[in-house]
Design a protein around this ligand. Sequence first.
Ligand code: NAG
Ligand code: NAG
Ligand code: NAG
Ligand code: NAG
Length: 369
Amino acid sequence: MKSLIITLLYSVVACESGPINDHQNPMTSDVYNQSKVHVMQDTHQDPTHRDVYNQSKVHMLHDGRHQPEYYGYDSPPCPDAEDIAPCVCTYDSGVNAMNLNCSAVESQEQLKQIFKADFQIKNFREFRIQENNNIKVLESGVFNGISFEIIYMNNNNLEVIELQALNSCYETATKIDLYGNKITSFPFDEVSLFSKLSYFAMNSNSLSVIPADAFHGLTALEDLHIGDNHADIVGTFQDLPNLRKITLYFNTLTTIPARFIQTGSSDLWYIGLDGNNIVSVEFGAIAIVDGGLVIDMTGNSLSTLEEATWRSYLEAGWVLYAEHNPLVCGCDIAWLFGEERLLEQVDNFTKCTDGEYLHDLDPKIFDNC
Ligand SMILES: *[C@@H]1O[C@H](CO)[C@@H](O)[C@H](O)[C@H]1NC(C)=O
Ligand SMILES: *[C@@H]1O[C@H](CO)[C@@H](O)[C@H](O)[C@H]1NC(C)=O
Ligand SMILES: *[C@@H]1O[C@H](CO)[C@@H](O)[C@H](O)[C@H]1NC(C)=O
Ligand SMILES: *[C@@H]1O[C@H](CO)[C@@H](O)[C@H](O)[C@H]1NC(C)=O
C-alpha cells in the first residue's frame, strides 16, 4: 500500500519536474533525487509537495480498491515518542505496520498512562513486553482501545491477566504468546472471543487448572501450547478444525479420558503429552487422524500399551514416543510384534522396565502368548 502511494507520488513529481529532469546534468539529477526523498519524509512543509501528496491520496480513494490505513498521516504515524516512553513505537514500511515495544516499562500504572497518549492509529501489529520484572498484573482495559495482532509477553513476572485486559484484541489477535511468566490467573472465558487466533502459548506458567473447553470452536487455531504449568487439565479439546500442534507436557494428567482430543482437524501432526503422570489412555481418547501424526508419551507412567487403544493409531500411521515409561513388556504388547510390524512406529529408544530396548526383543518370545 505505502509503496503504491510513493510510486504515485514519484510519477506525479516526475511530471511536474519534467523540465528540470530534461537537463542531463548530474547536479540537477541529484537535486531531483533529493526532492523525492524530501517528498517522502516531509510532505507537510512544502505547499507544492503537499498538493501532490493530496492528489495522490484522492487518486487512491477514487481507485476504490484501496483504503490506505495510514491515509493522511506523515509516516511513520506513531504517537509522539516522549508521550509513550519508555515504550518504543516503530513503523515497518515493508508490511505497512506499526509495532509497540514496552519491554522497558516500569510499572502497571505507567503502562496504563502510556495508552492514554494520543494514538492517531489504533490498529497496531505487534505488542511486546519481554524480560520485564516490573509488571505483575495486566489490568482490565489497559490498552485503552488500541488493538494488536501479535502479542508477545514472554519471560516476565506476570501473575494475573485481568478480565478484559485484552479486550481490544478480540477481533485482531492472531498470536498471543505468554510463554514464561508466573501466571496464576487468566480470563479463559474470553478465549473463544479471539476469532482470528491461530497461535496461543501459555506454557511455563503457574496455572493450577487449565479449562480445555475454553478453546472449543476456535476455528483459526493452529498451535496450542499450555505445557509446563503443573496444572490439572479439565474438559476436552474439541472443534478445533485447523489445529496442527498441541503441547500439554509437564502437567498433571493421569488418565486420558475418552474424547479428550477430538479436534476435527486433518492437519494435526503433533500431540505432546510428555512429562505427565499418565497411567492409561482410554479407547477413543484421541480421534484418529490419518497420516504421520507424532504422539509424544515420553516420561509418563504407562506400564503397557493397550492394543485396544494403540493399534488403531499405529495403523493410521502415527509415530509413538514412549521412552521413560515403566513398560512391563509381557504378552500384553505381543500385538506390536505381529505381521504388520507396528513396532516400527514406536521410537527406537523405548525400553522395558528391565532395561531392554523394545526394538531388541526377540519376537519369538511372544509365540506362546
Ligand atoms: C538517483 O540516485 C540513484 C543512486 O542514488 C541513481 O542511480 C539514479 O540514477 C538517480 N536518478 C536520477 C533521476 O538522477
Ligand atoms: C489537503 O487538501 C485540503 C484541501 O483540499 C487541505 O485542507 C489539507 O490541509 C491538505 N492536506 C495536506 C496534508 O496537505
Ligand atoms: C524491545 O525493547 C527492549 C528494551 O527496551 C530491547 O532490549 C529489545 O531488543 C526490544 N525488542 C525488539 C524486538 O525490538
Ligand atoms: C528407528 O531407527 C530406524 C533406523 O535408524 C529409522 O529408520 C526409524 O525411522 C526409527 N524409528 C523411529 C520411529 O524413529
